[in-house]
Design a protein around this ligand. Sequence first.
Ligand SMILES: *Cc1c(COP(=O)(O)O)cnc(C)c1O
Length: 382
Amino acid sequence: MRIPFGKPLIGKEEKAAVSDVLESPILVHGPKAKQFEDAFADYTKAPYAVSVSSCTAGMHLIYFALGLGPGDEVIVPAQTHVATAHAVELTGAKAVFVDVDLATGNIDIGRIESAISPRTKAIAVVHYLGVPVDMVPVSTLAKRHKLFLLEDCALAPGAWLDGTHAGLHGDAGVFSFYPVKHLTTAEGGMIILKDAELAERLRKLKAFGVNRSHGERSTPGMYDVLALGFNYRMSEIHAAIGVEQMKKLPAFLDSRRENHERLAAGIQDLLGVTVIPQPVNDRFRSSHYCLGMLLDQEIADKRPEVIEALGARGIGTSIYYPQPVPRMEYYKEKYGYNVEEFRNAAAISDCIIALPVGPHLSADDIDFVIASIVEVWSELNV
Ligand SMILES: *Cc1c(COP(=O)(O)O)cnc(C)c1O
């Protein structure tokens, strides 16, 4: 692929940092995870940041810490990565799906309240493709019903609402550092939050529930276990990559914004295409994960040909996300699937082509993508 959909940008700085860790005696429980947490907290202005082994692990850890289990429910948008729902279901609780708004791909706020039941314990929102959810009405709802509000921020580093970073509007935000995301540690995640007591509990539970971390032990190897917990820590090797990536994040985000604006301007007048998420207003600052090219229903059946024709020109695309989660086999089997309930989530899954805007692309690359799409449109007669 001349232009892959996503490409981690690992430079000599990351390689040197990893090499330094490998030459040190400390591969876990060292200074790098703390340094990465501090850098992430500094950038987002989060009171607390807790590193974890992935976004999925972080979300599961939070629900586990809240004591969620069978009989409990969590509201989850239907258009998201399966991880948002799996993190709930892993505790034995039930993911209750809500359809999304077609213009942003974010949870349809007007439909949340009717999905709340006496069993509801939390609301999860996803900042889909980087335009933040309007957290003001969602927070009001969560407070009124005394529900925990979790933000799945996997695609939201650099997404701000009313000057506050995504993840700090609700009770906790969880980020992903999987390779194609805004910054990477190969695998990894970060939780940001405002509650000191919960942050402390998450730190204990991500490390088996032991009472004393490595550095706090007066006698090496001596500790007690206060609770059931996981091994969801981030290693020093992963964290060392993260520390270097954080230094590059502002430049990565600038590049994403410029690429996104250029690409949107180049294709938004094409017949049969809507660019999503649509810009809202200046309260919302997007992290520009990718550009969603939403094909009108009339031409949606040409999607495989468009993807193939772009691939033949060396342009990688993706689909975010391939199915509304409740339509995925596992969830369909478990809860049944009502087509009427998730029309917008399905329209996005079935009609979107996700185009790359990452910092691995130059302005020339973006121009090539635009020219290629225009060419494909005339070839396929759309
Ligand atoms: C990628 C992604 C995840 C999963 O992140 P991992 O770090 O791979 O666990 C969760 N939620 C959303 C919205 C994602 O895009």
